[in-house]
Design a protein around this ligand. Structure first.
Ligand SMILES: Nc1ncnc2c1ncn2[C@@H]1O[C@H](COP(=O)(O)OP(=O)(O)OP(=O)(O)O)[C@@H](O)[C@H]1O
Length: 216
């Protein structure tokens, strides 16, 4: 399945943020988005998900236009940059709500075994994020959007999630953005750089240096 978001034109209060931006994602691949702060990565994810309305955009699945807000189709799962779960929900209840097995989770993240009966608000920021990323990644969806999943995670957790992302991409398209660019370069099959209000497909870290995103 091929997902394309094309000709994205976004303004906030007459200020242009994106002009003719394009991103393609497909089942079996991870698409990484890189770019400086404020370059429009989160906005593009929200536009794709359907919670932010731009001046113009065209969303296509396998070349056919999708006119509905995408989240209403039930085919997309999104991890926003900010907390997803209610602070008062019990961890085991959150897993039930998402229809995901806690046992499978705790066999990968054994250090999280003890939090099953706790409320989300009683976990550390990183522990909360681990649960959120896992639930969104494992959710039954055709495409998963991850906005800064790695920001609060220790290196070992990033490695574990990179493995889960590789497993999950077998059945899904995944789009991910994060400032941990080494992790994004490792996990992604395709990379887009957000720059000058547009998106460019890049092929190497060297290109990212030449384009002024990475220090030389
Ligand atoms: N609701 C809003 N109202 C006005 N301006 C906004 C709004 N949301 C985002 N912006 C502006 O749009 C631009 C793009 O923001 P966005 O969050 O998409 O960038 P980003 O690339 O995800 O940044 P970061 O990497 O820092 O999270 C920024 O200049 C931001 O100030």
């Amino acid at each position: 399945m091929i997902f394309e978001i094309d000709n994205v034109e976004l303004y906030f209060d007459d200020k242009p943020i994106l002009k003719a931006a394009y991103v393609k994602a497909e089942t079996g691949k991870v698409t990484g988005l890189l770019g400086r702060n404020g370059s429009g990565k989160s906005s593009l994810l929200k536009i794709l998900f359907g919670t932010l309305k731009p001046k113009y955009k065209l969303l296509r699945i396998d070349k056919k236009p999708v006119l509905k807000r995408f989240y209403k189709t039930g085919r997309v799962a999104m991890l926003p940059q900010f907390p997803l779960l209610s602070p008062t929900i019990l961890v085991e209840k959150a897993f039930k709500l998402y229809n995901i097995d806690f046992g499978d989770f705790s066999s990968i993240f054994s250090e999280m075994n003890s939090v099953k009966h706790q409320k989300i608000r009683d976990l550390s920021g990183g522990q909360q994020r681990i649960i959120e990323i896992y639930l969104v990644l494992k959710r039954n969806a055709d495409i998963v959007l991850l906005d800064e999943p790695f920001a609060q995670l220790s290196p070992l957790m990033i490695e574990k999630f990179s493995e889960i992302i590789q497993q999950q991409k077998q059945q899904k398209a995944i789009i991910i953005t994060d400032h941990r660019y080494e992790a994004i370069l490792d996990v992604s099959d395709d990379i887009y750089l957000f720059q000058h209000k547009q998106t460019t497909l890049v092929h190497s870290a060297k290109e990212l240096v030449q384009m002024g995103y990475l220090p030389g």
